[in-house]
Write a protein that binds this ligand. Sequence first.
Ligand code: ATP
Length: 239
Amino acid sequence: MPQIENDQELRGETILEAAGVKRVFGRGHNAVTALDQIQLAVPAGSMVALKGRSGSGKTTLLNILGALDEPTEGRVMLRGREITGLSESEKSRIRRTEIGLVFQSFGLIPLMSAYENVEFGLRVAGAPAKDNREAAERALERVGMKERMKHRPMELSGGEQQRVAIARAIAHQPSLLIADEPTAELDSKMGLQVMRVFRDLVSRSGMTVVMTTHDPGMMELADHVIALEDGKIVSSQTI
Ligand SMILES: Nc1ncnc2c1ncn2[C@@H]1O[C@H](COP(=O)(O)OP(=O)(O)OP(=O)(O)O)[C@@H](O)[C@H]1O
């Protein structure tokens, strides 16, 4: 798979960069500065955890890094290309090709099997239909869910559902995986399984993972932990 091999070559170089990022919600008296003076350089093939109290700006930052939201000031570069200030359609193309998104609540379609969820995700992203079966099965295999791919979400544990959601997020072989509190709804055993899947994607495919978490046990498994306080980065630690 060419993109994944490229990612291995990129390992260690900066894949994702934020410079002078500020995000203000609302105007005038109601204005809230959710992020300010954010500088960030994420090495390719690493796992970064963002931590911070509720309201510190983690989700706002992830949304900007994942091309889901625009900063009020500053810019974000992904693989050397600016992803801020682009049209909606360009941003949507970048999300469909270069970025995978995982959320706290899994977001699987209940009436579809694990396989159908992943394959449907590829179809929505406009992937060429002839490759979808192979790509979906390969992604499910990567997260250890191929054997259970005919099961519907209801028939799976929370950890298994999240692994299917990760398979859906990586089926198009993105270089960057953005995960907002991916283990928050899981007990620690299932949370660890999910973290192991991330680790495996980083070490075997050179993927880069940027996630948020409140859980110190999960942070220990990241390569870098960045702490946010009131919208600013207050520390950056290499584990
Ligand atoms: N759409 C919005 N409109 C107005 N204010 C917002 C909006 N989104 C976030 N905020 C504000 O921006 C700040 C940062 O919010 P954000 O959701 O990024 O924090 P967080 O660290 O992810 O919190 P949590 O851990 O609770 O998810 C908060 O003060 C929040 O109220």
